[in-house]
Design a protein around this ligand. Structure first.
Ligand code: F6R
Length: 265
């Protein structure tokens, strides 16, 4: 696992966008695994801007989002399909037919999830999975005790997640859908590379547990420790509780592979 600490939230978001853009430049038919949430809003704005400035085309790309609220149609402003169109897809030249978000109103959730897994496989697997981290340590909506081998499925959201996400639902956790469809932890780990972005002090404690603590299904993000190509990007506030900050900074400054990631081409 690599850990990149950025001075500011803006730098962390710009770097995340740059890594995605670099992948699309190198592999125009890349399969992107995408995330939603407040953290990613700025990332997508930076990515759309970068694509425009550098003439990067997403025409050959396809995408798979991590999750969707159960019960919300894609036309609902709080659905993740709506979020993705609003924050990213409407601003880049990706063919929306090739963008996938689990359907929150599918007749049969079991079938929907099985088809989602199948579609990912048929697309050749996810090249880069973008991830945020929940205050309870989740990636996607893999709440505490999600099996580390779990696949795409319908889940119950935790009280912490309802609280974390209630702002968009009038500030009351009772208004947040209680269930969601989410890629599993095992599904996420199948991606060829994973990139987790954490910003702000509210993520400091859980990020330290996920990165430096034991791997446990209580903190699904800790499963990234099993991944061969997992990168964590954190701003200084989110990195504040990491024990080995000095080492991560040393690697950033001295490792040629890391320099290549950070370098502006
Ligand atoms: C959303 C998702 C979640 C969020 C996480 C952080 O698609 O996968 O795991 O990334 O809850 O959300 P924010 O960025 O709102 O703190």
């Amino acid at each position: 696992m690599e850990v990149i600490i950025c001075k500011t939230t803006e730098e962390a978001c710009q770097l995340t966008a740059k890594i995605i853009a670099d992948l699309v430049k190198a592999k125009p038919n890349a399969v992107l695994g995408l995330a939603t949430g407040r953290t990613m809003e700025r990332v997508y704005a930076c990515l759309a801007q970068r694509a425009k400035e550098k003439g990067i085309s997403f025409k050959g790309c396809s995408s798979f989002n991590l999750d969707e609220y159960w019960g919300l149609p894609g036309t609902d402003v709080n659905s993740y399909r709506y979020y993705m169109n609003y924050h990213l897809f409407d601003h880049i030249d990706i063919d929306k037919a090739n963008t996938h978000v689990p359907c929150g109103t599918a007749k049969c959730p079991v079938e929907e999830c099985a088809n989602y897994e199948k579609a990912m496989k048929e697309a050749g697997g996810v090249d880069l999975q973008l991830l945020g981290i929940g205050v309870d340590g989740h990636i996607g909506f893999n709440e505490p005790l999600s099996p580390l081998s779990s696949r795409t499925r319908k889940v119950v959201l935790s009280a912490e997640t309802l609280e974390q996400n209630c702002e968009m639902f009038g500030g009351d956790p009772k208004n947040v859908p209680t269930h969601a469809l989410t890629m599993g932890v095992g599904t996420v780990l199948d991606a060829k590379a994973c990139l987790l972005l954490a910003t702000g002090s509210s993520k400091a404690e859980i990020l330290a547990k996920a990165v430096e603590g034991p791997v446990t299904s209580m903190i699904s993000s800790s499963a990234l420790q099993f991944h061969q190509h997992a990168t964590i990007i954190a701003d200084e506030a989110a990195a504040a509780k990491l024990q080995r900050q000095a080492h991560y900074r040393w690697v950033m400054e001295n490792d040629p592979d890391m320099k290549a990631i950070l370098e502006e081409k």
